[in-house]
Design a protein around this ligand. Structure first.
Ligand code: ME8
Length: 520
């Protein structure tokens, strides 16, 4: 792997209209796991996240709260940063669309597009959905309501600037055809193609009624449409159109924009069309993941059925939450969030499978070898099999992570953990320990288990940051790099191994569900 390989990954920038919930955490944790995985592989990673702070919705929220929009968002942004800290999110840069350098970039982009004729002045007649910050024509409404969220829209009729999205329809279709990985998952690509084929309209990109926005520099009674402002973050954060940063040449085009499926259209139609107009390279991949659902509906700030990630982390630990989010639902699909499923995963995968493996292995090394890791002798067939599966697991895990199949990557790792537990049952170290003549064999078995745990620690580290540190500490090792797990047998005999406390205590399902109920 070349040291100079870069990887640029972005989350959506979230609306700080309210505290973020477990749905936002889902996207951010997924990006974080991938960023950590690529860093571990030696990539020079830029992991960008941030907040999308303009628009009517925020203006209204601030007015309700009796504060200025900036005061309002400042407060929420602080809670967003706290949340990412709590969730071990290792972002490299945090952009706020109210940052001066970003606004400067947006104004330059808008002006350039206007001067070259890709933005023109016209009149907007249609409907606007505030929660989605989206404009709709008559024919796009479903039963007179917003086709995305089903809520009321209001009539809008005003002078406005338009971006010539329609001009790029053919180039967009060609882009999807020539770059099959551009929109993922595959099924979503067909939705985008259908959307374009039904006739792409130009996009209204300015408002005179919305005051809380970036002014159009050559016509300041207009503010820019929030989506033009927001999408530009992906390049302004690298220094395009401003002097704050100088990373554009190094990191653009993005390797991956990760977004929820409801905003895939902005990222695969409007955004590439804007970039085409600016004559800039296009992102390599846009992945639209599914929704976390609760009681059948999308978890959402405005519906009020959110689950508070702070409470969940407090009760179960951040690693359990990160693991659950990425393991439970195949990335791309919608999935139900339930407390039962969370507790079941903690009990079976974390307390039982991983927790037991660590606790049994370290307890036996302490008991039979005074905590000093024995050296392995020549492997028997069962050992070679175990080692082979270990290396296969590493390869499969890496492939699945690159495909963003987090659940499959973790499933593969947990198959290996189960295999290790079975290896204990098959080799029966407690029986070997009774026979002094089998001491060497006992040492080999325990060595293989400790080395397996080291590799499990490395593979789990992008998802379960704290747990992996705990594992490495118990194993007394600093061999935690990606290179170090490309072969089996790196852990040094003689290393001091410490028996470790329970990683994940078992949870009594009934009691816990009752306690959660009481919290509500
Ligand atoms: O759309 N399940 O911001 P936003 C899964 N500012 N993911 C969810 C989710 C759920 N129930 N709820 C939210 C915006 N998300 C714009 C983005 S980007 C240039 C501008 C995640 O605060 C998911 O990633 O409404 C979704 O796309 C994002 O939060 C929307 O966050």
């Amino acid at each position: 792997m070349s040291e100079h390989k870069t990887f640029y990954i972005t989350t959506p920038i979230y609306y700080p209209s309210d505290k973020l919930h477990i749905g936002h955490s889902y996207t951010t944790v997924a990006c974080d796991a991938l960023a950590r995985f690529k860093r571990m592989q030696g990539y020079d990673v830029m992991f960008l996240t941030g907040t999308d702070e303009h628009g009517q919705k925020i203006q209204d929220k601030a007015a309700d709260a009796g504060v200025t929009p900036k005061e309002y968002v400042d407060k929420i942004v602080a809670t967003v940063k706290d949340l990412w800290k709590l969730l071990d999110v290792s972002y490299d840069r945090f952009i706020r669309t109210t940052d001066d350098y970003h606004m400067e970039s947006c104004q330059k982009i808008f002006t350039k597009l206007y001067e070259q004729g890709d933005i023109y002045k016209g009149e907007y007649i249609g409907h606007y959905c505030k929660p989605c910050e989206s404009f709709w024509t008559d024919s796009q409404l479903v039963d007179g309501k917003c086709p995305d969220c089903g809520r009321e829209v209001y009539d809008a009729h005003e002078e406005a600037y338009f971006f010539k999205t329609s001009k790029y329809a053919d180039r967009l279709l060609k882009l999807y055809e020539e770059n099959p990985q551009f929109i993922q998952p595959e099924s979503r690509k067909n939705e985008m193609i259908a959307f374009i084929k039904q006739g792409l309209q130009d996009t209204c990109v300015s408002r005179t009624s919305v005051k809380w926005g970036i002014p159009v520099p050559f016509d300041p009674k207009h503010t820019m449409y929030v989506w033009v402002d927001a999408l530009s973050n992906y390049i302004s954060a690298l220094g395009y159109g401003n002097e704050k940063y100088h990373d554009y040449d190094k990191f653009w085009p993005a390797d991956l924009h990760m977004v929820g499926k409801e905003i895939l259209r902005f990222h695969t139609i409007l955004w590439p069309a804007m970039l085409m107009a600016l004559d800039l390279p296009l992102p390599k991949r846009v992945f639209g993941h599914g929704w976390l659902l609760m009681n059948g509906g999308k978890m959402s700030k405005s519906v009020g059925n959110v689950v508070d990630p702070v409470i969940l982390c407090d009760r179960y630990g951040v690693d359990a939450i990160r693991y659950f989010l990425l393991r439970e639902i195949p990335f791309g699909n919608d999935g139900m969030f339930t407390n039962e499923a969370l507790i079941t995963r903690i009990n079976s995968d974390l307390a039982n499978d991983l927790g037991n493996l660590l606790s049994r292995t370290t307890a036996m090394i302490e008991k039979y070898f005074n905590g000093v890791l024995p050296a392995p002798e020549a492997p028997e067939e069962i050992d070679s099999e175990l080692q082979k599966m270990c290396l296969q697991t590493t390869a499969e895990y890496a492939a699945k992570m690159d495909e963003l199949q987090f659940s499959a990557a973790l499933a593969s790792l947990w198959q290996y953990i189960s295999r290790c537990n079975k290896y204990i049952d098959q080799t029966m170290p407690w029986a070997l320990a009774k026979d002094e003549a089998k001491k060497a064999r006992l040492g080999t078995v325990l060595y293989n288990l400790a080395e397996s745990l080291r590799i499990i620690g490395v593979l789990s580290s992008p998802v379960m940051v704290k747990t992996s540190v705990h594992l490495f500490k118990a194993l007394g090792t600093e061999q935690t790099s990606w290179e170090s797990i490309q072969k089996f047998g790196v852990l040094k005999p003689g290393t001091h191994i410490s028996h470790t406390n329970v990683l994940f205590p078992r949870i009594d399902m009934d009691k816990e569900l009752a306690a959660l109920e009481a919290l509500n």
